[in-house]
Design a protein around this ligand. Structure first.
Ligand SMILES: [Cu+2]
Length: 166
């Protein structure tokens, strides 16, 4: 009985610690305009996880064994609480990223080959194991998430929070 309670308390403590460490920790310094991202099974590691508003270059390394992709989404949601549909993130749910509302989300064309699909702020597709790709995007201050949206990769842990400071 007693040890059960202790275990339960321990579980709660672990959850609290996890919640705290995954929350954004705003610091006094600005972010970086060059970010290194490491993709693997099943994680996305950012160094650093804070960018400086303006042109930001991501150097994306696939250090895993499988092909991955890099998808940047602007949203206030945390990386681990995005809506999942059919084992993928429905990026069109985030709406067009551009300030001008000229291009509504297009349901028919799909994601293939589009450089800047509705709902994303940038993406790199089909990064083979061992490959490194780069992406430079103009970003405004705010919260972003980075995911790999290949089937089930997000759910397995390929997601990261990313903040951009003014
Ligand atoms: Cu992946």
């Amino acid at each position: 009985m007693r040890s059960r309670l202790a275990l339960a308390l321990l579980g709660i403590t672990v959850l609290l610690v996890a919640a705290c460490s995954s929350a954004a920790t705003p610091g006094p310094t600005g972010g970086s305009s060059t970010i290194t991202a490491e993709l693997s099974e099943w994680a996305i590691k950012l160094d650093p996880a804070t960018g400086q508003a303006g042109a930001i270059t991501f150097t994306v390394k696939n250090v895993g064994q499988k092909e991955h992709e890099f998808l940047l989404i602007r949203t206030d949601m945390r990386a681990d609480s995005l809506p999942v549909k059919d084992d993928e993130i429905d990026v069109t749910a985030f709406g067009p990223m551009d300030m001008e509302m000229s291009t509504p989300p297009d349901q028919s064309s799909g994601m293939g080959g589009m450089e800047h699909p509705a709902g994303t702020a940038g993406q790199l597709e089909g990064i083979a194991a061992g490959e490194t790709a780069t992406l430079t995007v103009e970003l405004e201050p705010g919260h972003y998430v980075i995911v790999c949206n290949l089937t089930a990769h997000y759910s397995k842990g390929m997601r990261a929070d990313f903040d951009v400071r003014a």
